[in-house]
Design a protein around this ligand. Structure first.
Ligand SMILES: [Zn+2]
Length: 269
């Protein structure tokens, strides 16, 4: 740093352009910028030892990852070095969110109808009184109310927040994310856990407000395509196509639990 506050190349001392600040991304392609040199050539010329050190380190990590991948192919994404992980595409994420929401809502709505309808069938034998009670119960589930009643939107929103949080916390993925080969991970790798999964979901409505403008602006700002919820929760959506089989049981178990909680929210309200 010079007296005027501009950055200088550590090798040749020339002032660096303002946009030269080390950026996040694949270490192999901008390690000279991270190290404070003006160009790759300048870095190679002035600090050949440091360059060799970094290249050895990257090679060592790559070899570690390759041997981990060979030992357990289903854990390949988990073992991939953080700077080499692959980020889930925005299109696939939108598709997964729509599919999960539609299928989850359909399952919960169907289950509400079935639950409300069961006493209706029993009520036929029980006479008019039983049938009336059954109809009352049918109309009473928050998930089956008209949206002019505040309980209906609250039940749908709270229920879906619970569903997504439970799936991400327990399994890292929802069914549609898994099928599209993605999962939510901590920035530093690993499943997000309840706290981060919940923070991420609570900010989802903010992200999708104004036609998703906030989410798109945030995702465009970094290589990791984090929406506001991801920034706050320190999570990333990574590719996990190689883990489909390993995660399937856990994801579908978590999704079943999530749907039960969603339904429970509807019945409780
Ligand atoms: Zn230089």
């Amino acid at each position: 740093m010079s007296e005027t506050g501009t950055l200088e190349c550590k090798g040749c001392g020339r002032p660096l352009p303002a946009h030269h600040a080390p950026f996040i991304g694949d270490e192999r392609y901008n390690l000279w910028a991270r190290e404070g040199y003006c160009t790759y050539l300048c870095f190679r010329e002035r600090a050949p030892r440091r360059l060799a050190e970094i290249e050895d380190e990257l090679e060592r990590r790559r070899e570690e990852w390759m041997s981990a991948a060979q030992a357990a192919p289903e854990r390949v994404e988990e073992a991939r070095p953080v700077e080499e992980r692959r980020i889930g595409s925005v299109g696939a994420r939108i598709l997964a969110r729509l599919a999960d929401t539609a299928l989850g809502a359909a399952a919960v709505w169907g289950a509400s109808c079935l639950l409300a309808g069961r006493p209706l069938a029993a009520g036929r034998d029980g006479g008019v009184e039983g049938a009336d009670q059954a109809i009352d119960r049918l109309l009473d589930s928050a998930l089956l109310r008209s949206w002019s009643d505040w309980r209906a939107p609250v039940a749908w929103v709270l229920g879906s927040v619970a569903f997504f949080s439970i799936c991400h916390a327990l399994a890292g993925a929802t069914p549609a994310k898994l099928l599209l080969g993605m999962k939510v991970a901590r920035e530093e790798a690993g499943r997000p856990g309840f706290g981060r999964a919940l923070v991420r979901e609570l900010l989802f409505p903010v992200d999708v407000a104004f036609l998703g403008l906030i989410a798109f602006a945030c995702m465009a700002a970094g290589d990791e395509k984090q929406r506001l919820g991801d920034f706050a929760a320190r999570t990333v959506v990574v590719r996990a196509a190689g883990e489909r089989r390993a995660l399937a049981g856990r994801v579908f178990g978590a999704a079943a639990l999530g749907l039960i909680v969603w339904l429970g929210v509807g019945l409780a309200l």
